[in-house]
Write a new protein. Structure first.
Length: 107
């Protein structure tokens, strides 16, 4: 077996990983599009940004899915905690922008 064959195989793995990474980022982008829509909806309907029950539900569901796919559940929960934190930051920003506009317009 030549030295090139193992490197060719490694490059194939790397291309596959790059493709998966692209899909993950694309899906995160889609998730955050939905989160922005949720933020607008919450703002329009005066719903509080933080929904602790929902956060717990998402983390529990992700831990369960992680176990089903042989991914460390603690890692999945930590990962989704970061994803949720970013979603909350975005929603809070959307809700606060509306408050700032209302305050500056005297409403």
């Amino acid at each position: 077996m030549s030295a090139a064959a193992p490197m060719d195989t490694l490059l194939d793995f790397r291309r596959e990983l790059n493709s998966v990474d692209e899909q993950i980022v694309r899906l995160l982008g889609r998730r955050y599009e939905i989160c922005r829509a949720v933020g607008v909806y919450k703002r329009e309907h005066d719903i509080p940004m933080m929904q602790p029950g929902r956060v717990a539900e998402v983390k529990e569901r992700c831990a369960r899915m992680a176990r089903e796919h042989h991914v460390d559940a603690d890692f999945a929960v930590r990962l989704f905690a970061m994803i949720i934190d970013e979603a909350c930051r975005m929603e809070d920003e959307i809700i606060e922008q509306a408050r700032a506009v209302s305050t500056s317009s005297g409403q």
